[in-house]
Design a binder for this molecule. Structure first.
Ligand SMILES: [Zn+2]
Ligand SMILES: [Zn+2]
Length: 348
């Protein structure tokens, strides 16, 4: 098989390699790789020192955002030849910690989890991959290529679930939601907010182009003028940028009983001055909550599959702004200004 490989943190090693077909130990489902989605994590692994190859290997096969088609499934499994499949990224730690023991590996507390395409396990970025049926999601067949969005949608499905669970501490009656950042995570978070019947607002810096268009098409409102000029106090915020000043502005703008879900990170090191006692006072007096959220359990993939299946398919397809052939996959690491989700075509 052909595989997308890199020695983590050495961009000069990023290549396409001929490798032996995946071992049976990788799982009972054999799939043709169709698409691999690319995000900031892949850029970090290739260029910035994140990521770990499996023990005994220098290279890591990339690819945590996956889409494949089953070519062989064990008799009696829930899968059949031809099914579209997305592989779960994380595997529980071997100890296991209380969360992994409960199949909530997304909450792993000891850091010994592994991740396909990121941490000590080869990814799905190859012309053939295997995955355990217990760690595979059968994508709704009508999604087609848009099923590559299931993994990033699962990330935001978890954020929404976490905010809702916190909201259940008392009467939960949100009306407005603010999403900061109009990249794939922000747009998918906004979609899930619209599907919940909320008045959704998306904030980014672009003044024109595809981002404002996609926001308007989904029935949300686009802003590019900063949080202070929103003109309302959001009940819920999904913060997708990881920028300290944006988080602070969002906190300052938050409505009484409001909840902020954090799902973005970046490598900025700038320091900002914060009147933290005053932020504390506001949060106490207004019963506000902030929650961080990373990765996803199986149920979040299932929620994502359902959310995407009930979304407008042409709108979802517009999120995939570039499809790069496997042989020139490193081009997918450089996003253009109007790129939302860039994918690699594993069959070209
Ligand atoms: Zn990703
Ligand atoms: Zn664990």
């Amino acid at each position: 098989m052909r595989a997308i490989t890199v020695v983590p943190h050495d961009a000069s090693t990023a290549t396409v390699t001929e490798m032996p077909d995946p071992p049976e130990a990788d799982g009972d489902l054999v799939c043709d790789g169709l698409l691999m989605g690319v995000c900031g994590t892949d850029v970090e692994i290739t260029k910035e020192g994140y990521g770990w190859a499996p023990d005994g290997s220098k290279e890591l096969i990339l690819g945590h955002e996956s889409l494949g088609r089953v070519t062989s499934a064990p008799a009696g499994s829930d899968f059949a030849v031809g099914d579209l499949v997305v592989g779960i990224v994380r595997r529980p730690d071997p100890v296991p910690c209380p969360w992994c023991a409960n199949l909530e590996w997304d909450m792993c507390s000891n850091g010994q989890y592994t991740e396909r395409g990121i941490k000590q396990r080869h990814g799905y970025g190859s012309t053939v991959f295997r995955v355990e049926s217990d760690y595979a999601i059968k994508a709704d067949p009508k999604l087609g290529d848009a099923a590559i969005l299931i993994e990033p949608t699962a990330v935001v499905a978890k954020v929404w679930e976490q905010m809702e669970r916190i909201g259940q501490r008392a009467t939960y009656a949100p009306k407005t939601a603010l999403v900061t950042g109009a990249g794939p995570i922000g747009l998918l978070a906004a979609l899930l907010g619209v599907q919940r019947g909320l008045d959704v607002h998306v904030l980014d810096v672009a003044t024109d182009g595809i981002k404002p268009e996609l926001v308007a098409q989904m029935g949300a409102t686009y802003h590019h003028d900063g949080i202070k000029n929103l003109g309302f106090q959001p009940d819920l915020v999904v913060e997708g940028t990881g920028v300290g000043q944006i988080l602070l502005d969002a906190l300052r703008q938050l409505n009484n009983n409001g909840i902020v879900g954090l799902c973005g990170i970046n490598s900025l090191t700038d320091e900002i001055s914060v009147a933290m006692s005053s932020v504390n006072k506001q949060m106490v007096l207004a019963n506000q909550a902030v929650v961080g959220s990373v990765n996803e359990a199986r149920r979040h993939y299932e929620q994502a599959n359902e959310a995407l299946a009930s979304a407008d398919l042409p709108w979802l397809e517009r999120l995939i702004t570039k499809k790069v052939p496997m042989e020139t996959w490193t081009q997918a690491l450089d996003k253009g200004q109007d790129d939302i989700k860039v994918v690699i075509d594993l069959q070209s």
